[in-house]
Design a protein around this ligand. Structure first.
Ligand code: G3H
Length: 195
């Protein structure tokens, strides 16, 4: 059976500064990951001529995909990171300090909390539906390069994890989660390519 490979983008400039959202480029470390990922994908999908690489429309995923050669790349707006609305570009510290009510309501119900003029996890889950339909339709392997919140939702779908866990699933940087749907269920492998 064909695998689905899920990964976050390489470390971004905003990851380094602790800022959420934004559309910054990747850091030097992130660039190193993009090369390691390309090397991994090249080997893992060597004989898979119909495989494709899916990214979001944000720079950090497109840059992470850029060293991968030989496969078509598709950008999906539905794979963009959760929209943090008025909090876009802030650090969690700044949100806590300047918008304490927002900070608290998110802490209380992270799944349903919607950023003012932005999205909730439930919104993200809903907008991923066409991506999931297309992923299930694919007969060839797909590499999905996206973002923390989005990958939590995608992973939860394939790994059959309950909705309430979605916002809390660990989704480390620089790690590939490989999912295979077999007859007996889902088999998962993880490859941590670097810290
Ligand atoms: O920029 C957004 C983060 O990747 C989402 O993380 O939902 O745990 O705050 P969070």
């Amino acid at each position: 059976p064909r695998p689905i490979l899920l990964t976050r983008h390489g470390e971004s400039q905003d990851n380094v500064r602790g800022r959420i959202g934004g559309d910054t480029a990747i850091s030097e470390k992130g660039e190193l990951y993009s090369k390691k990922l390309a090397n991994f994908v090249g080997k893992r999908l060597k004989s898979e001529r119909a495989a494709s690489i899916w990214t979001s429309t944000l720079q950090r995923t497109i840059l992470t995909a850029s060293p991968i050669v030989g496969f078509p790349k598709i950008q999906w707006r539905a794979l963009d990171e959760i929209n943090a609305g008025v909090c876009d570009g802030m650090t969690y510290e700044e949100i806590k300090k300047n918008m304490p009510e927002e900070y608290e309501s998110r802490k209380k119900d992270k799944l349903r909390y919607r950023y003012p003029r932005g999205e909730s996890y439930l919104d993200v889950i809903q907008r991923l539906e066409p991506v999931i339909i297309e992923l299930e339709r694919q007969r060839a392997p797909v590499v999905v390069i996206s973002h923390q919140a989005v990958l939590r939702a995608l992973y939860a779908y394939f790994a059959d994890r309950p909705l309430k866990e979605v916002p809390h699933i660990e989704m480390p940087l620089h790690t590939i989660i490989e999912i295979q749907m077999g007859v007996t269920g889902v088999v998962e492998k993880r490859y941590k390519l670097m810290d």
